[in-house]
Write a protein that binds this ligand. Structure first.
Ligand SMILES: C[S@@+](CC[C@H](N)C(=O)[O-])C[C@H]1O[C@@H](n2cnc3c(N)ncnc32)[C@H](O)[C@@H]1O
Length: 428
């Protein structure tokens, strides 16, 4: 796996630590960010290399087709046009014939809204010198812009709402994002046009509500150019739904693809679901009531709810084509999550619990914001919980961990470990 412009590459470090048999490489132009990543990764993942490098010339350092997965998260729309071209060309150079690249970017047409706010802020602070002064002036301008005015039309109300949302994000994020030196939101069709020039094609998008963009609708009939059709439909959807962000997956043009959804192909995947069980066949998920007619599928969902965030293998729980279709419909409705691999964490602590390797390194270096084996960031400030996780290195029993962390009453240590497991902090 290669990560391009990964900053300190925390996600990649977590992946490499979780999957020691993988081989990972990450680079960024920022020496400070890479040094930070190297400090975290040292001693944790021998299967990872982090280096300072420039997208413009990095292709010279890699053999053709040398990576199965390539990630460029939040880079493409933050760099000048020549770096965008070099980034796509680098992906085409390193991607293996069955490889998949993930390229995320601020998308159009939502990007237009962001551009309005960006231009307003840049204008407001154009005469202000010094970073802290510019941040303060930008926040002041945002607060003024965000205040509702009598006579605002709905469009202006919407813009003011987005200004207020920007104000809620950390100033550092806004400064690196909308107010960065380069901010160029992209239309999906332009990204795909650039990719196809260097021998890449659209697979689909990652992310819960765009994952099916690469499939033709079931009633599409015979389409002469399925690739062009899916991109045309997805681009139209972006316009109609004011798309803000995309995480586009690219593959080599020669990769064999089927554009029709076939739920039997999900049999080899794993599934998890965060559901509240209401009644025999009734569940609540994401605020919606889901009714399941098939009693077998309903019983599977009850099991998934009980083991969340644990996963079950699809082929063990969905035996008939109708059940596989049912699961796929639930996935389309974002009621369940399909995964390519079993969970790398346990949901119940074992006799000798093991906190993730990266997690223990982060605890040791005093990081407040930790990253779970489910790749979620979470802040852990309670010293007792931190001490307990640091002690959970696989050599100590639950009772021994309890004896080391006397600030947690011994009858609560098992419950605290169970909590840690439910957060995806304990290794499988
Ligand atoms: C918006 S940040 C995203 C960082 C990271 N991928 C993340 O999601 O947190 C863009 C990153 O691209 C890097 N970058 C910009 N131009 C680059 C270049 N020419 N070569 C390598 N990295 C570059 C920056 O240093 C920065 O870390």
């Amino acid at each position: 796996m290669l990560e391009i412009g990964g900053g300190s590459c925390l996600g990649l470090i977590n992946f490499a630590a979780t999957y020691p048999d993988s081989r990972c490489y990450g680079f960024d132009l920022s020496a400070t960010a890479i040094l930070n990543g190297q400090r975290l990764a040292s001693g944790v993942c021998p299967n990872l290399t982090l280096a300072v490098d420039d997208i413009m010339t990095a292709a010279n350092n890699f053999a053709p087709q040398s990576f199965d997965y390539v990630i460029a998260h939040g880079v493409y729309a933050w760099v000048p046009a020549q770096v965008q071209s070099a980034l796509i060309a680098l992906i085409a150079h390193v991607l293996s014939p069955r490889g998949v690249a993930f390229v995320s970017y601020n998308a159009m047409p939502g990007g237009h809204v962001r551009m309005i706010l960006r231009n307003t802020l840049l204008h407001a602070i154009s005469e202000v010198e010094g970073a802290p002064e510019r941040v303060a002036a930008a926040r002041k301008a945002l607060a003024a812009y965000g205040a509702e005015q009598a006579g605002d039309d709905p469009l202006m109300q919407g813009l003011r709402y987005h200004a207020r949302m920007m104000l809620e994000r950390p100033a550092s994020v806004v400064f690196h994002d909308e107010m960065g030196e380069c901010f160029a939101p992209q239309a999906l069709s332009d990204v795909i046009a650039a990719a196809s020039q260097v021998g890449l094609r659209y697979l689909t998008d990652a992310g819960p509500n765009r994952m099916f963009d690469g499939f033709l609708p079931p009633d599409a009939g015979d389409i002469a150019d399925p690739d062009a059709e899916v991109v045309k439909l997805a681009q139209m959807r972006d316009y109609l739904e004011l798309c803000w962000f995309r995480a586009t997956l690219l593959v080599p043009s020669s990769a064999p693809l089927s554009r029709s959804l076939d739920s039997s192909r999900s049999a080899g995947l794993w599934v998890s679901a965060q559901l509240e069980v209401l009644d025999d066949g009734e569940f609540r998920s994401r605020g919606e009531i889901v009714k399941i007619g098939d009693p077998e599928l309903a019983s599977v969902l009850r099991e998934l709810a009980a083991i969340w965030p644990g996963r079950l293998r699809v082929e063990q729980i969905a035996k008939t084509p109708a059940q596989l279709d049912g699961l796929m419909r639930l996935h389309l409705a974002q009621q369940i999550i399909l995964h390519a691999a079993p969970a790398p964490f346990v949901t119940e602590p074992g006799a000798f619990p093991v906190a993730g390797r990266l997690l223990r390194a982060m605890l040791q270096s005093g990081e407040g914001e930790l990253v779970s084996l489910a790749n979620r960031n979470l802040r852990v400030d309670q010293q007792e919980l931190r001490a307990m996780l640091a002690a959970a290195d696989g050599t100590r029993s639950v009772a021994e961990i309890g004896a080391m962390v006397t600030s947690i009453p011994s009858d609560q240590i098992a419950a605290a470990l169970r909590y840690a497991a439910k957060q995806g902090l304990l290794q499988a």
